[in-house]
Design a protein around this ligand. Structure first.
Ligand SMILES: [Cu+2]
Length: 147
């Protein structure tokens, strides 16, 4: 009797995994974020005054880092959003330009050159296809003042 119950539970969890396999508008699969996943900027500090070359250190809890193109459960790669007002669209690869920097080799820090003035920095983790997780794994947006 116990054995039958165990088999039933296994079948039920398998069905749940299939149901969670979403399809994005862009035709790429959307990866569910693990519960409790958190990305954050270790440095610089929010509100810091910095020089024109800013070293940004990426923090991640509850997930691992893997290079782009590598499908491994519970992992993604970092994207630094510089002066981005609206988060990249769900279900589509994050754009690649001067404001959306990809760290597809699995880097966990970078140095960016910023013009004098006030800038915002934010991190977003995305899956092997550069598609944001569902729900999005994004850091708090911080502000830095460049001398
Ligand atoms: Cu990417």
């Amino acid at each position: 009797m116990k054995r039958i119950l165990f088999a039933t539970l296994l079948a039920a969890s398998g069905a749940a995994a299939v149901a969670a396999d979403n399809q994005a508008a862009g035709g790429l699969p959307v990866t569910k974020a693990p519960a409790g996943a958190e990305v954050y900027i270790i440095a610089p500090k929010d509100g810091a005054t910095v020089g024109p070359e800013v070293t940004v250190r990426f923090g991640l809890k509850g997930m691992g880092v893997a290079p782009a193109g590598v499908k491994k459960e519970g992992t993604g790669h970092h994207h630094l959003l510089v002066d981005v007002k609206e988060l990249p669209a769900a279900g589509l690869p994050i754009p690649k330009d001067d404001n959306h920097l990809h760290f597809g080799n699995g880097q966990t820090e970078t140095t960016v050159k910023l013009k004098p003035g006030t800038h915002t920095l934010q991190l977003e983790l995305a899956d092997e296809n550069h598609v944001p997780f569902e729900p999005a794994v994004v850091s708090k947006k911080i502000t830095v003042h460049v001398k």
